[in-house]
Every structure is written in structure tokens, then in C-alpha cells.
Write a protein that binds this ligand. Structure first.
Ligand SMILES: [Zn+2]
Ligand SMILES: [Zn+2]
Length: 249
């Protein structure tokens, strides 16, 4: 439904034209929204002008800045400035809390018949049954917090990302270089695996995923080991890795 671009470097945006074409071929008709830093609209307009490409679905493109917050229905996206060699945004995705679980056994025990009264209790209101009041919180559990994650790629370690990442379940962070390549990381606007781990620790995140590892590392495992010495709950996902709130595969 929505695509968020972090910055205008080729490795982060050149997949978009092919993706739009594929979605169109697949018969998509729903609106697609694309958000990104200044230059995003220009980029998408340029694709449309240069490539003979018939989009079968409406596209809405918006340039956004570091203070923008976008309500996406069941979740919200907050942007912040990353620290790269070109303007770059980091994004925090935060799901809205979901209502607590309804307990049908308790509801029946309290004499509330299934039907409209259950829906009323689920929506947080009290109901009257045979002269008694049954309160919503006696049959509905406490609200379940939504998942929170931050995507910060490409970036040097920076305070804005550290703030944005406070308390998230998952921080997906730039880890282009190993610890020894600190100078190169700073020079090229990236982070080392240990920079990412230190930031994860300061931000008290639940889990850290190292991404954007440079292709010069045939074996990226040493980066994972270095990071885990600072922040144990670190993983090194591959493309298509699925991460759930309890684990990953
Ligand atoms: Zn970049
Ligand atoms: Zn990159």
C-alpha cells in the first residue's frame, strides 16, 4: 500500500520502476502511495516521462521531511534525519495499540448473552444485564501494545536515530562495515556493526538487525560476533527472513 524511500542513492531507488511495472502487470488497481525525501516526486515523474509504461493503478507521491508523521490507519510512520552523504530519512513504524482480548467464557458466566451486548463490551462500554452493570474491563483484557520498529539505512550513528529508536521492538540499522573500518564508515556516511550495536544498547531496543553489509565481506558472520559482544540480541537477517515478535526464521 505504501513505499517509503530513505534517500536518492541508486541502490535504494532503482528497484522502484521495475516494481511499479510488475505491480501493474499483476493487475493491481488499488492506490499506491510513495513517500521519500525531497526529489522523490521528481524521480517518479521522470520514470513516467522516460519509460513508456502504462500504470493501471493510481499513484500518489509525496516528498516528506524529518518532522513528518504519516497516519496509515492501523499504524503511524514518523520520519527523522539520518546522517548520510546525501539527505536521508530514517523511519519509525508504530502500530496503534489493539483493544484487549474479549473473554467469552467470563461474559457468559456474568450472564451476558452473545450478540450486540458482546460488541458493546468489546468496544469498551458497560452493559446492563438483569438490573446489574457489567463493566467492559471485567471481560476484556488490557490493550495490547502494537509493534514498533525503526529502519535506519544508510546512516552514520547519530542522535536523531538514537532518539527515534527508543524502546522499539526491532531496530534495522546500517552495518556496512566491520569494527576495524571505522574511518571508512565515517567517510562514506555509514556505520560499523559495533556502531549499530552501541546505538541499539543506548536506545534500549529489544532486537537489532544488521543490514546493508558491504559486499566486500564474503563472510559477514564476524560482524555479527563483534556486534553481539556489545548488544547480545543482534541478528543478521538475509533477504526474505521473517521476523516475528518471538523469533525469526
Ligand atoms: Zn546511500
Ligand atoms: Zn545504500
Amino acid at each position: 500500500m505504501r513505499i517509503f524511500l530513505t534517500h536518492m542513492h541508486a541502490d535504494h531507488i532503482l528497484g522502484l520502476p521495475g516494481m511499479l511495472q510488475t505491480l501493474s502487470f499483476m493487475g493491481r488497481t488499488e492506490l499506491l502511495e510513495v513517500y521519500g525525501p525531497k526529489g522523490t516526486r521528481y524521480f517518479v515523474d521522470a520514470i513516467n516521462r522516460a519509460v513508456r509504461f502504462q500504470s493501471m493503478f493510481p499513484l500518489r507521491v509525496r516528498d516528506i521531511g524529518p518532522r513528518d508523521s504519516i497516519d496509515c490507519g492501523s499504524y503511524r510512520i514518523q520520519a527523522a534525519n539520518a546522517d548520510h552523504t546525501t539527505p536521508c530519512l530514517a523511519f519509525r513504524l508504530e502500530e496503534h495499540p489493539r483493544p484487549g482480548k474479549f473473554n467469552p467464557v467470563k461474559a457468559r458466566r456474568l450472564g451476558v448473552p452473545e450478540g450486540p451486548l458482546w460488541r458493546k463490551l468489546q468496544s469498551g462500554r458497560s452493559v446492563r444485564v438483569g438490573g446489574r452493570i457489567v463493566r467492559s474491563d471485567s471481560v476484556v483484557g488490557s490493550p495490547r501494545p502494537g509493534a514498533k520498529l525503526v529502519y535506519a539505512v544508510d546512516t552514520r550513528p547519530c542522535l536523531a536515530v538514537e532518539r527515534l529508536s527508543r524502546g522499539v521492538n526491532l531496530l534495522i540499522h546500517d552495518s556496512t562495515f566491520a569494527h576495524e573500518a571505522q574511518q571508512r564508515a565515517i567517510e562514506f556516511g555509514h556505520s560499523t556493526c559495533t556502531d549499530a550495536a552501541a546505538l541499539a544498547k543506548h536506545s534500549r531496543v529489544e532486537r537489532l538487525a544488521l543490514v546493508h553489509v558491504s559486499a566486500m565481506y564474503d563472510d559477514p558472520k564476524p560482524l555479527l560476533r563483534q556486534a553481539r559482544r556489545i548488544f547480545a540480541a543482534t541478528i543478521l537477517p538475509e533477504d526474505m527472513t521473517t521476523i516475528t515478535r518471538v523469533g525469526y526464521r
